[in-house]
Design a protein around this ligand. Structure first.
Ligand code: MEV
Length: 294
């Protein structure tokens, strides 16, 4: 069985699509997993997703099926890459990562399925090759993904990510605690990314400085994390959230959760991921964690 984590974007979502740096970390509290079982000859490739109450047969599905991109396309790109015929295999997939909520559900489910299929076929692909395959799936989900979600999930380590550049990680000089708060509202990343694209195309002179400032924040945050200046991350999170709100990707509930977290003593708070719904993160200390959680 292969399990992979979800992810949190600490700084830089959306601006990262336009070449600015962003910082993301794996989120081990939620996981996607896939387990393969050899099936009788002639059965074909079956994906069983009990959490969704769905069983899909690789050969019978078309790419217009709503779950094709999430559950079958990862297998399609893998078989193509390995140049292998469709095997007789049942893959059972589970996920505790809420769907369309900024925690990397799509990339994690794809990564778990791809890793398990590669292993069941006795093949060997390194993380770079797996990452390329998950990115193929991400492109199908999102249109123009930066690649940060698949990278942090496949490599399973903190990343300082700049589109098109080699993966960089960073040292965390002093541990810090983030509380993740779910609005309970799903919102597909593709829509938010598409709307930002429209805003940018309509008025690049307004959007470019917002992206640049978010890039500055991500650079300053990396320096703060590497030097252990954890307290200074709070104001950077607040400013990053305000800029994301200016880009229209926050929501009333995200703003309310962030304000409530700050009021309860969080050092800073922001939406995380595509926005419009999904999750926020708040920087807490041992003294404030319980109050903020409440
Ligand atoms: C989604 O987790 C992060 C976005 O920046 C999109 C992307 O980077 O592809 C909103």
């Amino acid at each position: 069985m292969k399990s992979v984590p979800g992810k949190i974007i600490l700084f830089g979502e959306h601006a990262v699509v336009y070449g600015q740096p962003a910082i993301a970390v794996p989120l081990q509290a939620v996981q996607a997993s896939a387990a393969a079982e050899v099936a009788p000859s002639g059965t074909g490739l079956i994906v069983h997703a009990p959490d969704l109450g769905q069983t899909l047969c690789y050969d019978d599905c078309t790419d217009t099926d709503p779950l094709y991109s999430a559950l079958l396309y990862p297998l399609c790109v893998t078989l193509r890459r390995l140049n292998q015929p469709v095997p007789d295999l049942t893959l059972t997939v589970h996920s505790t990562i809420p769907i369309a909520s900024g925690l990397g559900s799509g990339a994690a489910v794809a990564a778990a399925l791809i890793r398990e299929l590669v292993s069941a076929l006795g093949a060997n692909l390194d993380d770079t090759a797996i990452n390329e395959l998950v990115y193929e799936v991400e492109k199908r989900h999102h249109g123009t993904p930066s690649g940060i979600d698949n990278t942090v999930i496949v490599f399973n380590r903190p990343v300082y990510f700049v589109r098109g550049q080699p993966i960089a990680t960073f040292q965390i000089a002093q541990p810090f605690t983030l509380l993740v708060g779910d609005t309970g509202q799903g919102s597909p990343t593709k829509l938010a990314v598409g709307d930002v694209r429209q805003l940018y195309d309509a008025d690049p002179d307004r959007l470019t400085p917002l992206f640049s400032r978010i890039g500055d924040i991500a650079r300053a945050a990396r320096a703060a994390i590497e030097s252990g200046a954890v307290d200074s991350l709070g104001p950077l999170m607040d400013e990053n959230h305000a800029l994301l709100r200016d880009m229209t990707v926050s929501s009333d509930d995200l703003d309310r959760l962030c304000a409530a977290a700050r009021q309860a003593g969080a050092l800073g708070a922001k939406l995380s991921g595509g926005g419009r719904g999904g999750n926020m993160i708040a920087l807490v200390t041992p003294d404030t964690a319980d109050r903020v959680r409440a």
